[in-house]
Design a protein around this ligand. Sequence first.
Ligand code: ASP
Length: 354
Amino acid sequence: MTRLRLALAAAIFALIAAPAAAQETPRWSFAIHGGAGVIERASLTPEQDAAYRAALHRALEAGQTILADGGSALDAIQAAIQVMEDDPLFNAGRGAVFTAEGRNELDAAVMDGATLNAGSVAGLTTTRHPIGAARAVMEQSPHVMLIGPGADSFAASVGLEQVDPSFFFTERRWRGLETALRAQNLPIPPRPAGAPGPQAANDLPQPPLNERKFGTVGAVALDQQGRLAAGTSTGGMTAKRWGRVGDVPVIGAGTYASNADGCAVSATGSGEYFIRATVARDICVSTRGGATAQAAAETEIADVGSIGGDGGVIVMGRDGAPAFAMNTSGMYRGAVSSSAPAQVAIYGDEDLQP
Ligand code: ASP
């Protein structure tokens, strides 16, 4: 080949390769989960399946709108998680599971990968959006973690919406509590004050959903300024007792983000195991060592499994490639970026799809 031909071939190759390269490194990228667990095709009716997919799309859109507009990863995460906290389908905010005493005690965390600032809350009972409270702890308090009534009063003091605890009540979760307590031979507490009567219940899925799943919600994001962030929000585990707190608000267990390490992580699963395995931080250590987000996520979930835990993680790498890993039959999940349309999936053997 002459030099001219070589130059021509190189120019043509560059033209063809350019759009592909642009697709591989999105300007912004966003991924969410709505909990992992025993989620099989047989356990969801077509209507329930569609309702979850629509809910995931609504949350993705909330984050996408902000990121596409040049907004921050933190704002995108908060917006998407608030959508899911308000949605009774998920175990976070309204629709959270109950403690053995018949209360909703909510946990959440957020972390800014660019600064390594973090905020978390546990045991909230009156703050409508726990993720907002976690962010306020990060940005408006000198602390990282606040718990119980103090955390709610802090949230109120910075102007976050407070609600009656019965706001979080759903009949479906109440029935789930009754089943769990019966199985453990524990007394069933009275229905919470302000909850609708059983006959007024209109949120019971038909057929009943398999409750062996974790409905925690989470989001990870890369914004146009290259900042990574992660957030997670949950009601914890059904029939939890004694002020139990899971992995979600434990920074480094259920939630972690670090630009230096090149990762943002949000987890869902049996929190006690995720705490012991320091899941989210471990994944970031792996990505810092050069592992891809996907490889790091898979290795860590295998480690959780080896000590008896189950669940899943979503991870955002600094290249904007979202990663998903789980050792359960399903995980509600989705992703969208500047170079890929919004896509969601539920079952473990399913690829993301529009
Ligand atoms: N990880 C949460 C917890 O242990 C539960 C969940 O993922 O739904 O509190």
